[in-house]
Design a binder for this molecule. Structure first.
Ligand code: NCW
Length: 490
């Protein structure tokens, strides 16, 4: 059979996040998080919460064994800040970090590359009470927390993600009120977005100062866009929303400034980031990779009634997932190419023009980029100065458990088609010169889908919540083949 191969060294994985899978929200001294509070206040579908989720806190050995069986080379998990610092700062809780210590050792023993996200939305509630991410000081509390984590796990974790989807944390959490802490205040959301970026910069700074040998980057959620019509106003709406969502984070990270149009848009609405001297330099420090979560395309129309962006996203015309998100694999390639051309290439050109790079790791990736043996072995694509990694991509469908002659099964052809379509586009982007180094499917298993509770299943592995039994879906078996071949059937 012919195979459409991925580059040697391409990193295949699956992803989860602490609050979505762990459960045990009160075990071993864990503090309350903003999501515990948001759920307790009744903001989640059907009154659900992250308890017990997938009971991953206790069942992780079984989960790691299953990953191994499924041939998954890397596992992206997130660390719950309230386990490590129950009050957000001050005294660390040794039992909290001990959990991640065991998990990391268990993964390595199974030959699985641990990939840690430092913030996937579960802020300690104690810090929320002091202002949360709207308070600049939270970025420094984050730096203390992550420094402690680097100290303890940095000898074994070689791939780190600072912030997951800061747009979602800032705007869904503080302007749209759909996520914790459930605020409806645009000026707060804009302040928060700056402090999230600042916290990323402070984490990178600590990572470098501590001489860590892994790689660190941030993960953004990026959509593809199309205008609802050829009318100038829809084109303008599309560009505006691309700027408010994507460029709002990419420009500070890669160019050291917020986009002027977005600043003006927010200023007209009484909102602005509280930028202090040196903030932008901290934020723009080069990372070692950029993580991209891609799920869908937004077809955008002007909508003067929308107070936040003055636009709206049209309902999908074609196939959509159970999230109501349009299935648009071509958009993944568009996003990868766009980020590469608009942000990665200009930065590399600028760095090539400097006689000495300001960053210790930028010149000789794969050498000073410091990598585990797994990465060291491979020359490509990890030796690109700034590779991209798809840190999430996947789909929710209404999966049903069926019993046939072979036992319990979940047939999920739509998810397989979704993943295959997106992987074909990712591979095409690589052919076209995009330095894509890895792909993590969201998610390893069904889990707590935030405000939608357990009503959406993104997993490659089905979770029967009544028994906590795990049943690999057909898509998991399909993914195992893709990984084993390092490619798709031709
Ligand atoms: S909700 C969301 N997700 C899902 C979640 O399970 C995961 O933790 C996240 O990283 C799957 O991937 C991410 N993202 C929120 C996107 C919301 C888009 C809303 C657009 C409104 C205009």
């Amino acid at each position: 059979m012919s195979v459409q191969s991925f580059p040697e060294g391409f990193l295949w994985g699956t992803a989860t996040a602490s609050y979505q899978v762990e459960g045990s929200t009160r075990a071993d001294g864990r503090g309350e998080s903003i999501w515990d509070r948001f759920a307790a206040d009744g903001h989640v579908w059907n009154g659900e919460s992250g308890e017990p989720a997938c009971d991953h806190y206790r069942r992780w050995p079984e989960d790691v064994a299953l990953m191994r069986e499924l041939g998954i080379p890397a596992y992206r998990f997130s660390i719950a800040w309230p386990r490590v610092f129950p009050a957000g700062s001050g005294r660390p809780n040794p039992a909290g970090l001990a959990f991640y210590d065991r998990l990391v050792d268990g993964l390595l023993a199974a030959g699985i590359e641990p990939t840690a996200t430092l913030y996937h939305w579960d802020l300690p509630q104690a810090l929320q009470e002091k202002g949360g991410w709207a308070d600049r000081a939270t970025a420094w509390r984050f730096q203390e927390y992550v420094s402690h984590v680097f100290e303890r796990l940095g000898d074994r974790v070689k791939l780190w993600i600072t912030q997951n989807e800061p747009w979602v944390a800032a705007f869904l959490g503080h302007a749209r009120g759909e996520h914790a802490p459930g605020l409806h205040d645009l000026p707060t959301a804009v302040r928060v977005s700056h402090h999230l970026l600042l916290s990323h910069g402070l984490a990178v700074q600590a990572f470098r100062q501590m001489g860590m040998t892994g790689r660190i980057g941030i993960t953004l959620n990026l959509h593809a866009y199309a205008p609802a019509s050829g009318a100038a106003e829809d084109l303008e709406a599309m560009e505006r929303v691309r700027t408010l969502d994507g460029r709002w984070f990419l420009d500070p990270l890669f160019r050291g400034s917020y986009p002027a149009g977005a600043l003006a848009w927010y200023r007209d609405r009484g909102a602005q980031p509280a930028v202090e001297p040196d903030d932008m330099d901290l934020i723009a420090q080069p990372g070692d990779f950029l993580g991209i979560n891609y799920y869908t395309r937004h077809v955008v129309a002007l909508d003067p009634n929308d107070p936040l962006t003055g636009t709206r996203v049209l309902p999908p015309q074609g196939p959509a997932t159970e999230m109501g998100w349009e299935v648009h694999p071509q958009g993944l390639r568009q996003v990868l190419r766009w980020v590469h051309a608009e942000y990665l290439q200009p930065r590399q050109a600028a760095q090539a023009g400097l006689s000495r790079s300001p960053s210790a790791h930028a010149g000789e990736p794969g050498v000073s980029g410091g990598a585990s043996d797994r990465f060291e072995k491979h020359r490509s694509p990890w030796n690109n100065p700034l590779p991209l990694i798809i840190t999430e991509n996947g789909a929710a469908y209404p999966d049903r458990l069926v019993e046939d002659a072979e036992g319990l099964r979940v047939h999920d052809p739509e998810r397989i088609a979704y993943l295959e379509g997106h992987l074909r586009e990712a591979r095409q982007a690589i052919e076209e010169g995009v330095p894509l180094a890895g792909y993590f499917a969201w998610s390893f298993m069904d889990n707590f889908e935030w405000a939608l509770g357990y009503s959406r299943r993104f997993g490659l592995v089905y979770v029967d919540y009544a028994t906590q039994r795990r049943i690999p879906k057909k898509s998991a078996l399909w993914y195992r083949e893709v990984i084993a071949r390092n490619g798709l059937p031709g």
